[in-house]
Design a protein around this ligand. Sequence first.
Ligand code: HEC
Length: 131
Amino acid sequence: MLNMKFNVKYFLFLSTLLFISCDDTITSEDINNIVMPDSNVSYAQHIAPVFEIKCVLCHRDERMEGGVNLSSYTNVVADPRIVFRGSDSTSVLVWTIEKLPPYAPMPPSEWLIRNHIDGIRTWIREGAENN
Ligand code: HEC
């Protein structure tokens, strides 16, 4: 009986550990550690976490500000006007994050570091692949 109780506790303990280690929630701190390369930018590794932290609050299924949804790869590339695959300079998304008029910057104004802006531009220029 004693042994049984011990096992249950042990099981609960292990489950908790497993639960904690499976928690893959991304935090703002994690994205500060993302350094986007000059080429071969990856959607999964570089782009998605940045969108998740910086953009999805206002650009998701339930709240699509400006008609833009950045919550999944399919949504990100759905409108060629927003992400023109292969051409960063003609993508509205780039005009927005570069604060090029007439695309008003969205609050807060300092949300993307230069490396992340460049990485997003490279990813679009490389074809905006689901890589
Ligand atoms: C606090 C809310 C908020 C966040 C966070 C936010 N946006 Fe927006 N975004 C808006 C609003 C509001 C609009 C609509 C602006 C308008 O129509 O005047 C918009 C519009 C846009 C548009 C469409 C612009 C156009 O002219 O069609 C793009 C692209 C965009 N956002 C990209 C982003 C990206 C990329 C991020 C993350 C780096 C982001 N947004 C984060 C609120 C937000």
